[in-house]
Design a binder for this molecule. Structure first.
Ligand code: ATP
Ligand code: MG
Length: 433
């Protein structure tokens, strides 16, 4: 195939075999979030460029070099959303949702960033995220951290570490920022090109660098922990007490900074050691200043976003989740005269068993070739509609996985067998096995 007909670099297809696993992950995560009283919000993929520039920050990687920005036919600058928080806050402001009883929203869908594609990093990727508005105390931070931990366990991932930090208030961060710049300037010769660029615009981001040549210089940098104002310290201590009380382990990582400008106080990440450099599967924190920055009255907020590609690949590696696609039953149709009855029977089965996955053989073929296709479909049963059986008012049924002989059953017996199968299958998905 000519490359012009292939997908864009970093834009993946999720093929049928994988989409079963995706659905499992999405459904479990969704269920866990709903269990904490969040409601779904569905947001546009395209927004005004200005929204992201103002919320994420002009000097972040995302806004500087990762956005898919173009002019629409009217000459307006628009951008494919690189993340979900900005759009969620925009929608909540636009529709007056921020001052309800307990505004809690979750969203899921594709995000777009022009990055260098590699393992765990794509240009179109998917996030599930949530935002909670209107609460200032560390109790909601703790609850969100516990919720995200539960989400990860719900998909069978129980070896993911929690890392925690605080970014303090903008005022405390400003003082720290100057100290940090002084430290980095004193080591100017060690800074790589990226770090030199960030030195003036966003020095905190240098702490996040993965360049081994800078590791020692970063390790000796001053820590924001030593610059916390009283309020930020009380908030952080409060959060730690709640996590300790809940028995949730964590490590404090003073180098943990977020790529996005709008965070304040709590930041956290869930990190897997099984994904190499792209180990962060879920990241979140508090962003008390964002709503006001986007033109609303000041409303405190906490949120998180998780990368679904990384989660799905961990689920696959762990062998958790459902075992593959496939149908429950494959209908083998023998003989011209059976065709019409097969069509009618298939529709009756769908009437009676809405959850049944039934694949009806297309375009005829010999008995042997139809059974081969039935096998490949991974169906548990072959349902045989053939003239002989029909003459007796019966239907053939063969268990393709147990070695038993083919049976002849009436329609009610067939429905009962297929119903038991569909129920068991749904049970399997619930058990994650
Ligand atoms: P990173 O440091 O890996 O670039 P980030 O700070 O840019 O991450 P966030 O914007 O906080 O990431 O996004 C939250 C999560 O979304 C990440 O932890 C990751 O799991 C996922 N994610 C971010 N960018 C990508 C991408 N390009 N491809 C796949 N997943 C991604
Ligand atoms: Mg990034």
């Amino acid at each position: 195939m000519s490359t012009s007909m292939q997908s864009l670099r970093g834009f993946g297809d999720i093929l049928p075999e994988a989409s079963v696993r995706w659905r499992f992950v999405e459904e479990r995560l969704r269920q866990t979030i709903a269990g904490y009283g969040y409601d779904e919000i569905r947001l546009p993929l395209l927004e005004r460029t200005d929204l992201f520039a103002r919320s994420i920050g002009e000097v972040t990687d995302i806004v500087e070099k990762e956005m898919y920005t173009f002019e629409d036919r009217n000459g307006e600058s628009v951008t494919l959303r690189p993340e979900g928080t900005a759009g969620c806050v925009r929608a909540a402001l636009q529709h007056g949702l921020l001052h309800g009883a307990q505004p809690r929203f979750w969203y899921m869908g594709p995000m777009f960033r022009y990055e260098r594609p590699q393992k765990g990093r794509f240009r179109q990727f998917h996030q599930i995220g949530a935002e909670l508005f209107g609460h200032e105390g560390p109790d909601v931070d703790a609850e969100m951290i516990l919720m995200t931990g539960r989400m990860l366990r719900s998909i069978g991932l129980d070896d993911i570490r929690l890392e925690l930090n605080t970014l303090a208030t903008p005022a405390a961060r400003q003082i720290y920022r100057e100290r940090l710049q002084a430290h980095f300037r004193a080591h100017h010769e060690t800074l790589d090109e990226d770090a030199r660029r960030r030195l003036e615009t966003n020095p905190l981001r240098i702490l996040d660098s993965k360049n081994p040549a800078m590791a020692e210089m970063i390790a000796t940098a001053p820590s924001l922990m030593d610059f916390l104002d009283d309020e930020s310290r009380a908030h952080f201590d409060g959060l730690r007490e709640l996590l300790d009380a809940a028995g949730q382990p964590y490590t404090i990582n003073p180098r943990l900074v977020r790529g996005l400008d709008y965070y304040s106080r709590t930041v956290f990440e869930w990190v897997s050691d099984r994904l190499g450099a792209q180990g962060t599967v879920l990241a979140g924190g508090r962003y008390d200043g964002l709503v006001e920055q986007l033109g609303g009255r000041s409303v405190p907020a906490v949120g998180f976003a998780a990368g679904l590609e990384r989660l799905v690949s961990l689920v696959e590696e762990a062998g958790a989740g459902p075992k593959g696609a496939g149908v429950d039953a494959y209908m083998v149709v023998m003989g011209e005269n059976a065709r019409a009855e097969a069509t009618r029977l298939a529709e009756r089965l769908r009437d009676r068993l809405p959850a049944l996955r039934l694949l009806v053989n297309g375009s005829g073929g010999s008995f042997k070739s139809q059974f081969k296709r039935a096998d490949r479909s991974q169906a548990r049963y072959a349902v045989i509609v053939a003239e002989d059986e029909l003459a007796e008012g019966r239907i053939g049924l063969k268990d393709l996985r147990g070695g038993a002989e083919q049976e002849r059953v009436d329609e009610d017996a067939l429905v009962a067998r297929l119903a038991a199968l569909a129920a068991r299958r749904d049970g399997d998905i619930d058990q994650g096995g």
